[in-house]
Ligand binder design. Sequence first.
Ligand code: NDP
Length: 275
Amino acid sequence: MKKFAVFGNPIEQSLSPTIHQMFAEQCEEVISYEKILAPVDGFVEKASSFLAQPEAVGCNVTMPFKLDAFNMANIDDQAAQDAQAANTLMKCPDGSIKGFNTDGVGLVNDLLNNNVQLENKRVLLIGAGGAARGVISPLLEASVAQLIITNRTLEKAQQISAAVSNSNLDVVALDDIAAIKPHITINSTAASLHQELPCHMSEALLDECEVVYDMVYKNSPTVFMQEAHKYGVKKRLDGLGMLVEQAAAAFSIWTGKQPKTNAIVNKVRELINNQ
Ligand code: NDP
């Protein structure tokens, strides 16, 4: 049986085993997919011993190990290279490990599934952590007119912008975001996990905004989505579809099969609503 796992710390909350078992059933694969809690300083050892098993095909990697995963793998994938972070590892026939980052394609596919046009749009990306880094090149490749990053710690956004160096990528301080008038506003911070807003939400900021996207998902709209509703933003999406889409991209890398995601997003939504 093909073996997979997701590594993180904490990991108990992960929906990845459920999602991948649904993909496997749909694609007629028989797999095992476990959650593995790695010590904060012990990811490489744990992942290496998992992948050394003959049946092991690959694994997913979540917080806080995406940088460790990037460093332990051979990286050909441009999104992982740009993000300097890997969320998917795959064992090659010679035993070497390849690393990928599917977060960005997950976000872009979820936006497209929800009929969000990215081409020629002005996009504000709040946050400059691993999740933000993973989505920058896929958003630029989707032909957005301008991608503007802001972050509580501005230097981190400036470092990303310097590393990516693209004329459509800009950085602004949180205090200056209202002047951007984004069409799409993406919250890639962890603020919603703590019922906090990542920035000051105002009519001035949101009056041209067509869509807000919060990478965090919960069993009810996040404070960020609620605030956007208050200011009249018509489309408010959370990160559950991104979670399923990034998983689908990983499944496809491992098996060569592309699962259909629509019904699975709905099933996972039901699961979290009943939690
Ligand atoms: P990191 O720890 O790498 O970065 C956290 C980011 O959030 C930083 O930009 C940080 O700002 C910011 N931040 C944290 N708390 C606050 C706050 N109270 N106010 C403003 N900014 C804040 O985490 P990741 O980037 O890996 O993940 C971020 C979020 O995205 C997580 O909640 C995660 O669950 C979600 N995510 C969802 C995915 C999905 O598939 N739906 C995939 C990947 C991530 P600073 O730099 O100033 O500290």
